[in-house]
Design a protein around this ligand. Sequence first.
Ligand code: ASP
Length: 339
Amino acid sequence: MNRSSILLIYTGGTIGMKADGVDGVLRPFDFSQILSEVPELGKFACKIDYEVFSPLIDSSDVEPGMWQRLASIIFERYDEYDGFVILHGTDTMAYSASALSFMLENLSKPVIFTGSQLPVGAPRTDGKENLVSAVEIASAKSPEGKAMVPEVAIYFGSKLLRGNRSTKVNSESFEAFDSPNMEPLAQAGINIRYNDKLLLPVPDAPLRLHKELDTRVSILKIHPGITPGVVRNILLGEDTRAVIIETYGAGNAPSNPWFLDLVRQASAQGKILVNVTQCFAGTVDMSIYANGKCMEQCGVISGRDSTTECMLAKLFYLLGAGLDNESIKKKLSESLRGE
Ligand code: ASP
């Protein structure tokens, strides 16, 4: 029987960081640290190859160029491996996982992001368990010999979550991620229990890489006291093609005339305006309250139960694909990758 093979891509993040001798702050360290701290990687029946980014980064430095690099590596080396594990900082992991889910269409192999809250060298690190289980998940096969998880996911704190449904929810807990509007894809205990009904099916078509991203997207977070100047700058910004409006509750925003007038102007300029809730869970439904209805009447479309991270990545991808506004709006109302 052929051994499975996994490509482990190390981009940086706390998992491989070390306290700097001078100022004591955590900075990325080299990959040898991870290999020596996790000898368990050598116990897997599968073959593990490594790709190490240079420079290693704190994920708050992530830029779309890194997503393009990651997606290209996976695309170019796709046939060599059964699965991919990406070691990544937690701060922007949900953005990166969302972006890769759109950039890699027809994925039939796992792409599992993981990292940790404590460096792998720390005595109470969560990094070992996260890494070892992520590798196990990336190499898991169904009884028919297909990948168990043919999608982009985040494994963290015993849970496997769909990448484009995930968000970082805690800056301290080992359970740093959640997908509030969707059950985990798997739960790890003594065994890893997969939620078969939720996992995406293995597609029939070949993998397609979408590298073009258009980042002219802004986020407007509504709050009491927001000023016309701030709203105008974001909604009517010259270099903005789409705006995610983070609203209250079920998609409600102020109903005062100056605000609605700016929303109408942005819509008339051909900007794509998407309503995403500030709530941790639940969905946008602009038909419930008059304040939500006003948004809809001004041309704002519903982002339903999307996370902001996912909507940002989806807009980068759809705008980058060179589609016209009507096609983009249609695709925003569809689930393209289980989002
Ligand atoms: N600042 C770190 C990063 O995102 C945090 C972490 O990895 O947990 O790279």
